[in-house]
Design a protein around this ligand. Structure first.
Ligand SMILES: Nc1ncnc2c1ncn2[C@@H]1O[C@H](COP(=O)(O)OP(=O)(O)O)[C@@H](O)[C@H]1O
Ligand SMILES: [Mg+2]
Length: 249
């Protein structure tokens, strides 16, 4: 589904990604793991258009996307969450979810100004879906709360619900479990599986190796921006370079 080929990236004179190549298979959960500073979040930034000056190629279903701005990348069906959940703080939880609906996200200025009724209808539709999602995870009472007033775990949860609001086919989750209580980890794990069941493909950055082992079909290991190994978790766990990278940090 996604082919990342020979990506190189330097920031401030430092090599951050080094001839990095890997592929993401459709319908699977791929883990991207490696020590802190290995370049995992940077890979997400490159693929989703937040960093535009990497060299190499990134293809989504054989279409070149490297260098495309992030709004175009999201229209092409790729969505990400952030290590430090990024919800829009000054608007309500419900509005945060609505903003991820493709109907609203991709509305043109023409529609906004000259088709107000249609916009209202689309917004109501999105709001209904958003309320259902909030109910499903048991935080429907938060729908009118400003996103800035959510707890850390709740904002991570809302960020993932935004993916369900979207039409994204390929989802990059940057440490969705980090810093969460066990109950919240369980809820989010359930949502990750639901993403797959709803026909989406998931790439997951996570430090908890138990979770990676449990959830991922395939694992890519990064260290200093270089791919050390890839394969099934049981295989890469035995890999000497991987063991050294983790022990050496
Ligand atoms: N904007 C930036 N400018 C300079 N260096 C950066 C920037 N963002 C990240 N880095 C560096 O890139 C490397 C990889 O970072 P990152 O992708 O965040 O790692 P990971 O997500 O694997 O912990 C780190 O050495 C980090 O310090
Ligand atoms: Mg990171």
């Amino acid at each position: 589904m996604l082919k990342v080929h020979n990506i190189n990236l330097s920031l401030g004179g430092l090599k951050i990604l080094n001839d990095l190549s890997f592929e993401i298979e459709e319908g699977k959960i791929t883990g991207l793991i490696g020590p802190n500073g290995a370049g995992k979040s940077t890979v997400f930034n490159v693929v989703t258009g937040l960093i535009s000056f990497a060299t190499g190629s990134v293809q989504l279903r054989k279409q070149d996307i490297l260098g495309a701005p992030s709004y175009q990348v999201s229209r092409m069906g790729i969505m990400r969450t952030f290590q430090d959940a990024q919800v829009l703080p000054q608007i309500s939880v419900l509005e945060n979810l609505i903003s991820a609906s493709p109907l609203i996200r991709d509305a043109s200025l023409f529609q906004v100004f000259f088709r107000p009724k249609m916009m209202e209808r689309m917004k109501a539709e999105a709001a209904e879906k958003a309320r259902e999602l909030l109910k499903k995870v048991g935080i429907e009472e938060k729908s009118n709360v400003l996103a800035q007033d959510l707890s850390y775990g709740q904002s991570k949860l809302v960020e993932i619900l935004k993916v369900f609001m979207s039409d994204a086919e390929l989802v990059f989750l940057d440490e969705p479990f980090s810093g969460l209580y066990p109950e919240m980890i369980k809820v989010i794990k359930g949502l990750v599986y639901e993403l797959i069941e709803s026909g989406r493909t998931v790439v997951l950055v996570e430090h908890n190796m138990k979770l990676i082992e449990e959830v991922c079909d395939h694992v890519v290991v990064l260290d200093f921006g270089t791919k050390l190994a890839e394969g099934k978790f049981e295989e890469v766990r035995e890999n000497k370079d991987v063991v050294n990278a983790y022990l050496g940090h």
